[in-house]
Ligand binder design. Sequence first.
Ligand SMILES: Cc1cc2nc3c(=O)[nH]c(=O)nc-3n(C[C@H](O)[C@H](O)[C@H](O)COP(=O)(O)OP(=O)(O)OC[C@H]3O[C@@H](n4cnc5c(N)ncnc54)[C@H](O)[C@@H]3O)c2cc1C
Length: 291
Amino acid sequence: MVTKTANYDLSSRNTFRMRVRCALYVEVTAEEDLLALDWASLPQPVMVMGGGSNLLFTQDFPGTVLHCGMRFTRPSGPRNDKDAQLVASFVIPSEASVSPTLVTLGAGVVFDDFCAWAAAEGLWGPENLSLIPGEVGASAVQNIGAYGVEAKDIIAEIRAYDRTTGQFVTIDPATCAYGYRTSKFKTEWKGRFVITAVTYRLSRTPQPKLDYGGIRKALEEMGVSMGSQTVASRPLPTRTDPSNDVAAVGPSLLHGRGWPWVCEPTLTPISSNALRIPPYSSLGCGVRLRR
Ligand SMILES: Cc1cc2nc3c(=O)[nH]c(=O)nc-3n(C[C@H](O)[C@H](O)[C@H](O)COP(=O)(O)OP(=O)(O)OC[C@H]3O[C@@H](n4cnc5c(N)ncnc54)[C@H](O)[C@@H]3O)c2cc1C
């Protein structure tokens, strides 16, 4: 179904609650909606938006904001926003008892719903990415990451509408030039693809990734077992002091409610050590901190 709203107020659709409007807001819920759209008639430019948690609008947007609300694996499946039914809609292949398990999700699925569901199912892969805001579609654009795991580690393939050809394509993540919070979707392919679904590779074999900072030690000291549900569990103690040692908490905690996300300032290793926050040292200059 295609829903179009002119002069749309985006304040409820962006994390910063910026009171801005776009000329046209288009919500699609099935892949064929993208084929049916008269792209040339849409106010330009056309921007694809997920949950709006990595966007900062400073003024009204003169073009079209397009949101892919596909919540199901089947391109034209029925829409239902209730979480229970959403979870029930996740398609687990018949070989789910073996590893790896491929799970395909519509671009509009809330990524953290997926993490919670996978943990509850005893499936390993996204647990360290729990509580990162945003949707499945953007996870493949941004290469979201936390605690030593990035989306690229679990993405098996991406399905997208290619605006240059009007065709649907399957994209191999190996071709996406994934890097720290970046991909070709943000550079060479910017504006070209509308991601409609992402297939993630999960595992029923326990594979805790606890080597970031002091996570393993902290969880051991807390006396918790290493099931994926533990790693992704909530509620867990929320950190309130930015100078706390990350080892005192554990995976997922830093994304807890009320914890302000700061744009990962680049600090020197010395100040990183002073704050006792483990660095993410992928950058050539200094280190990146998450809090
Ligand atoms: C409190 C807070 C904590 C955060 N913590 C982390 C963190 O720990 N790790 C991390 O990696 N990020 C983090 N982020 C950033 C944010 O969660 C990610 O960037 C996330 O992927 C954004 O998802 P979204 O659906 O809101 O995307 P949006 O902000 O709506 O869009 C992000 C980009 O993806 C594009 N896009 C979205 N959907 C599609 C689609 N279907 N097809 C094509 N392009 C699309 C948009 O055009 C835009 O370029 C955090 C943000 C906040 C506000």
